[in-house]
Design a protein around this ligand. Structure first.
Ligand SMILES: C[S@@+](CC[C@H](N)C(=O)[O-])C[C@H]1O[C@@H](n2cnc3c(N)ncnc32)[C@H](O)[C@@H]1O
Length: 431
């Protein structure tokens, strides 16, 4: 396909997402099924246009004075891919699959408008109602943080040290441009690429089938690493989901001790079994019924609550969720987080620790939850993790955001990762 056909395909998909309010991955998949002639390069280019358009939807619409899918998709090629309107007109002149050219109104807006004149939430490409939360979270840096959440993400992997070293994984994937990740000890990073460039399908690699690595954002690896249970510890991953952090902790414990993986949703938990097998993990017990945990009450050294959240920290990867999020969703997640924290805390032994993690950057889901939980449970108090950070990652690595060294927020702007929150609370020892 030529660029015109790819742009047309991206516009159709953006329209589908807008009209039917459906997840971007579903819309892309359906388009692929209905256009089987499109090659993998075409699909990658179309996917890039769609994702880039959604990441910067508000600023594109402002500069085009138009929020229709055609204007957004053109804005990607002009603002993000560096093509000029004139070059696009010339390219599309003899391409019968190309979409209509930009209107005079679009062209005139593009040449006369300046993003500095736009409202701040438009400059940062975030929903207006969420701006106050960003201001609270990041102070005067909030716009920089919001803009970084609208960039393309890297593809991050975690070398599974039960089967391969990071060096071995980097070597196996050197054709893909893999390099050691900047912070996480076992992280491997494949750069985001520009324009139509396609990220490699790493899960098709033999080294993946052999269990040498997992696909996991570096931020997720860092927070799993910061849990840092001693090798022989008894750990509960209370919101284990598909097991991303369970696998990382189990490998860090060198297949020793015991990680109990539980999730209230059996369907989310199901993939963990195959992932544990591929990774060669032998220190994990999977529980799909909360009653199976009864015997563990007040017994565990470490309990991790990787809580359900709005996912604002993952907006680079799932930009469609940025525009679907409502204040009601946020309230629902906050209530679920309180419930999960309360339930999980019952398993922490005196002197043990309760670790709270989200992939959100909003204070309502992070600092406020810790303050509230510790207020209601005076036996628990947040601990500083600065020394642990230095020991694990070195003192000269990029720093997460933190006001007190106890509650950490990783962000694309500060640590070049997805947004993640981490806090460890220690339960007082019995007297
Ligand atoms: C952020 S996801 C977990 C991701 C996973 N830890 C990983 O690293 O791949 C949050 C999970 O919490 C689960 N969950 C929500 N409320 C829960 C509760 N009260 N008890 C246990 N699990 C819960 C959800 O089903 C969801 O799978």
């Amino acid at each position: 396909m030529r660029l015109g056909g790819r742009l047309g395909g991206a516009i159709d998909i953006l329209r589908d997402i807008e009209n039917r309010r459906r997840p971007v991955a579903d819309a892309l998949k359906d388009w692929g099924l209905a256009h089987r002639f499109a090659g993998s390069g075409d699909r990658a280019a179309i996917g890039n246009i769609v994702y880039d358009a959604l990441r910067m939807r508000l600023s594109h619409a402002f500069l085009m004075d138009d929020d229709a899918p055609t204007a957004l998709a053109y804005a990607v090629l002009i603002r993000q891919w560096g093509l000029s309107p004139e070059a696009l007109s010339a390219e599309f002149a003899d391409d019968r699959f190309a979409p209509p050219l930009l209107t005079e109104a679009n062209l005139s807006a593009l040449s006369s408008r300046n993003l500095d004149d736009a409202p701040l939430h438009v400059q940062g490409d975030i929903p207006d109602w969420i701006q106050p939360s960003f201001e609270t979270a990041f102070g005067e840096d909030w716009l920089t943080e919001a803009k970084a959440l609208a960039e393309r993400p890297t593809l991050d992997l975690r070398a599974n040290t039960l089967k391969a070293s990071r060096e071995k994984v980097v070597k196996a994937l050197d054709r893909s441009g893999a390099v050691p990740a900047p912070i996480a000890r076992n992280g491997v990073r494949i750069p985001a690429g520009e324009g139509a460039s396609r990220l490699p399908n790493v899960t098709a690699e033999l080294s993946f089938q052999k269990g040498w690595f997992e696909v996991q954002d570096e931020g997720s690896q860092i927070v799993a690493d910061l849990v840092h249970p001693p090798e022989h510890a008894q750990v509960l991953d209370f919101c284990a989901g598909g097991g991303g952090k369970t696998l990382a902790m189990a490998a860090a414990m060198n297949n020793k001790g015991q990680v109990h993986a539980y999730d209230a949703d059996r369907k989310r938990l199901a993939p963990i079994v195959e992932r544990l097998r591929r990774a060669g993990t032998r220190n994990v017990q999977v529980h799909d019924d909360v009653r199976q945990l009864d015997a563990l009450k007040e017994k565990l050294d470490v309990v991790l609550v990787d809580a359900p959240c709005t996912g604002t920290g993952t907006w680079r990867r799932r930009p469609d969720t940025k525009w679907r999020l409502t204040s009601r969703n946020l309230e629902e997640r906050v209530a679920q987080q309180q419930e999960a924290l309360g339930e999980a805390s019952a398993f922490v032994k005196p002197g043990g620790s309760l670790v709270y993690v989200t992939c959100s950057v909003l204070p309502e889901e992070n600092e406020r939850q810790i303050e509230r939980f510790c207020g209601e449970h005076p036996a628990f108090s947040a601990e500083a993790v600065t020394d642990e950070w230095n020991t694990l990652f070195g003192a000269d690595t990029p720093r997460p955001r933190s006001r007190d060294g106890r509650m950490l927020t990783l962000t694309p702007a500060s640590t070049e990762t997805d947004g993640f929150f981490f806090c460890r609370m220690r339960r007082a020892s019995a007297i």
